[in-house]
Design a protein around this ligand. Structure first.
Ligand code: ATP
Ligand code: FE2
Length: 324
């Protein structure tokens, strides 16, 4: 079975075709704001300019390989309304044109499913950390339940905010990681875990404050150590609570080697297995939507046109996971 998937919840527009075994073709176009954060309208404008050529290229790629598309999947949410609408419109048109089923995919679940596909993880507690999301999830009674999440901003957003406040280029995560390697000392910063949830906005402010008095590399290091320790603590508690013997890291912040190392150590101490997908499958990508669409279609799930409206606040636990 071949499924075409389109991702476009935020800054990255990406389309891909996958089958059960592999990614056949993937193309992406990235929106980069001129300055500051992402503007939903501008991002949607970017997507609508690029989606035509992008899809033509991917569909031509399928034709060249003699592939017939059996379904069209799209990121239905969560994400920015205007971006989601652009993607959903294109997906509906293609499904009608090819006369194949349409399937709306939850973006967060797609991160998890592609991670499992690419690493061989079976039933992990998942730490999903990106610019828009920070959650700890695990499958229980047929749904991906959110065990813990941020009470304010995501960890990626926190890193980007801090970076901007000290004049580092966007995205901040990679630059902070680089600087942290040169650190010589640790500066205490606020560690905030409440129950199973974490909070990052106070940490961003405190780090910006600290950067006025201390060496920037030391602040970057301390910021990472503090924020990641919070994430690891909640992941570990979710594993204990949900009785999971595996953990997996997904989302753009997952590219951070220090975070991966901290999770690996925690898992080793618990006698659990740790799974880390390849970087290209950790950030937003079209393949994750295509693949999740494929497993959904195979389990008999599809989305009729009348229920294909976008869902900017789509929660993971709204989806009944029939394919696991
Ligand atoms: P989502 O729609 O899932 O919220 P997103 O639009 O934020 O995703 P991603 O590619 O998943 O996109 O994540 C981008 C975030 O990852 C940015 O906040 C960026 O700073 C962060 N990031 C990227 N590389 C690193 C790194 N090496 N260390 C820490 N953070 C990183
Ligand atoms: Fe994402």
């Amino acid at each position: 079975m071949y499924v075409l998937g389109i991702e476009g919840t935020a800054w990255n527009l990406s389309a891909a075709i996958v089958n059960e075994d592999d990614v056949i073709i993937e193309r992406a176009a990235t929106y980069t704001p001129a300055r500051g954060g992402i503007h939903p309208r501008e991002a949607a404008q970017h997507h609508s300019e690029h989606i035509g050529p992008l899809l033509r290229e991917v569909i031509q790629g399928a034709r060249d390989r003699g592939i017939k598309i059996d379904g069209v999947a799209f990121s239905q949410g969560p994400g920015l309304g205007p971006c989601l609408r652009t993607v959903a419109t294109a997906a509906r048109v293609l499904a009608l044109k090819f006369k194949v089923p349409l399937v709306g995919v939850n973006h967060c679940i797609a991160h998890i499913e592609i991670g499992k596909w690419k690493t061989g993880a079976r039933d992990p507690a998942v730490l999903y950390v990106s610019g828009g999301n920070s959650q700890v999830l695990a499958l229980r009674r047929g749904r991906y339940r959110i065990f813990g999440e941020t009470l304010d901003i995501s960890v990626g957003n926190m890193l980007d905010k801090f970076a901007r406040s000290v004049g580092l280029p966007h995205p901040g995560g990679p630059r902070i990681e680089e600087l942290a390697r040169k650190a010589k000392g640790y500066i205490p910063l606020p560690y905030t875990v409440k129950g199973m949830d974490f909070s990052f906005s106070g940490l961003a402010t405190a780090a910006t404050e600290a950067a006025r008095r201390y060496d920037l590399a030391d602040v970057c290091y301390s910021l990472q150590e503090t924020a990641f320790a919070m994430l690891v603590e909640v992941t570990e508690r979710a594993m204990a609570h949900a009785e999971k013997r595996e953990a997996m890291l997904v989302g753009g912040v997952g590219a951070n080697q220090r975070l991966g190392e901290m999770l690996r150590l925690m898992c080793e101490e618990r006698g659990a297995r740790f799974y880390l997908p390849e970087k290209r499958f950790m950030g937003d990508n079209g393949s994750m939507i295509a693949y999740t669409g494929l497993v959904m279609l195979k389990s008999g799930v599809s989305t009729p046109l009348e229920s294909s409206g976008v869902r900017p606040n789509y929660r993971t636990d709204e989806v009944e996971v029939r394919w696991a």
